[in-house]
Design a protein around this ligand. Structure first.
Ligand code: ATP
Ligand code: MG
Length: 404
């Protein structure tokens, strides 16, 4: 039978007290955006669940999109049928004919929110269970952990049947935790960090430092392609390309090489923070993982972090490389990340960066640079593009009628 509706169960947001309404509205909006290719789908969000009325759209195309929306615990595609006992019996039989292979146990789980309906839930379980035995006399019913759990819901607007529950992406709806700037290189770690921040509800904008002609067009494209891999979790992501050539040349020219890396990172952080302030972000997110390279020792982090009081979220900081790679594979960024286009850090990498840079020395060396001027010139040259399409603006009000 063709699915007519998908019933979505909220994740953690159901515990959010008075923020609940905001969370649900954000989730509905994110869902609308993720399903913008399916304009016929109607979204009805109420306090406990969200219903997607498919209006003829193909559930097989919609399900993979839903699986990426944070804030969804799980969802059940379902079929709406007439509220009539005979129709229900036939539909249950039809579904069982489609899915029963001769081996599974089953259970009917009926619920009735329309108390006018002629049978109560116990009676429904009986009658519909018997309808299954009529077509499969040998089938076994099992109350605990049946292989097939056929849910039947009698609601005001119709009867709904479902037998599959698919796992959602969990987390919180993107946008409910505010906005952060993701420092996105072309590597393995930062896209994973972005994914994990979005999972906890953070809306991200990608900040990428490029140093043409030292870094190639392909390296830039790679960062954009990585951003495109993250976009389906939210609909679209702003990609902010920041010119970094002058800064890297100046650092290389004026400072001892042991301090190139630390000062480079401090400049990146200053710039990201300035962009964050302009664009009203709350935090910065990066892909640092403790001890992975010289810039990611605790001493380095302290020396780099010193330029700002803005919180820096480091979602992968305590993860091993292999754990990060596992996630990168899951979100399909790994293949792209290992493409060999060098980024600005690789090209200007000093042979022996300090793993314990001294803050007093860093500050002394930085006096040789026109920090404010370089930052101003870089900011003047940023280039912002939107990766992936966003939703056509629609009025969502009708869809929230139950909430408002
Ligand atoms: P990644 O795999 O994310 O590139 P990495 O292990 O290669 O990380 P580094 O190159 O030391 O680590 O970078 C540490 C973090 O600094 C990155 O995760 C990223 O957040 C930020 N970063 C590095 N290079 C850039 C860049 N060109 N543009 C934006 N952010 C960058
Ligand atoms: Mg890197």
């Amino acid at each position: 039978m063709k699915y007519t509706e998908i019933m979505v169960r909220y994740g953690e947001l159901s515990t959010k007290g008075k923020n609940r309404k905001t969370f649900i509205m954000q989730l509905a909006q994110n869902t609308r955006r993720a399903l913008s290719e399916f304009p016929a789908v109607r979204i009805h969000a109420d306090r406990d669940r969200m219903h997607l009325i498919l209006n003829g759209e193909d559930s097989q195309l919609i399900i993979p999109k839903l699986e990426k929306i944070f804030g969804i615990q799980n969802f059940s595609p379902s079929v709406q049928v007439e509220k009539n006992v005979e129709v229900l019996k036939q539909s249950v039989q039809e579904i069982m004919k489609e899915i029963y292979t001769g081996k599974e146990t089953f259970k009917i789980n009926a619920k009735r929110s329309d108390h006018q309906f002629e049978l109560d839930s116990n009676e429904l379980n009986q009658v519909l269970g018997n309808a299954v035995f009529d077509v499969f006399p040998e089938i076994k019913a099992q109350m605990k952990k049946p292989d097939i759990l056929l849910r039947v819901e009698i609601r005001q607007d119709g009867a709904y049947l479902s037998y599959e529950t698919l796992k959602g992406a969990m987390g919180l709806p993107v946008g409910t935790s505010g906005k952060g700037m993701l420092m996105l290189s072309g590597g393995i770690d930062s896209p994973v960090a972005g994914y994990l921040a979005m999972k906890r509800g953070v809306e991200i904008e990608a900040v990428h430092f490029a140093s043409p002609p030292y870094t190639s067009e392909q390296a830039l494209q790679k960062a954009k392609d990585l951003t495109a891999k993250l976009a389906p979790y939210v609909g679209s992501i702003q990609f902010i390309e920041v010119p970094f050539t002058e800064i890297q040349e100046e650092i290389k020219k004026s400072l001892p090489q042991g301090y190139w890396m630390t000062v480079t990172r401090r400049m990146m952080l200053r710039l990201t923070d300035a962009i964050r302030a302009q664009r009203k972000g709350l935090v910065i997110i990066n892909g640092e993982s403790l001890g992975q390279v010289a810039s990611q020792t605790l001493h380095s982090m302290v020396a780099i972090n010193e330029v700002t009081a803005t919180p820096i979220i480091r979602p992968v900081v305590t993860m091993d490389k292999l754990e990060i790679i596992e996630l990168a594979e899951k979100i399909d960024t790994f293949e792209l990340s290992v493409q060999p286009f060098e980024d600005c850090c690789t090209i200007f990498a000093p042979p022996q960066p300090k793993t314990r840079p001294r803050v007093d020395k860093v500050e002394e060396y930085e006096k040789r640079l026109d920090i404010d001027g370089m930052i101003a010139r870089s900011l003047a040259g940023i280039n912002i593009s939107q990766i992936d399409s966003s939703t056509p603006k629609e009025t969502l009000e009708e869809e929230f009628s139950d909430l408002l």
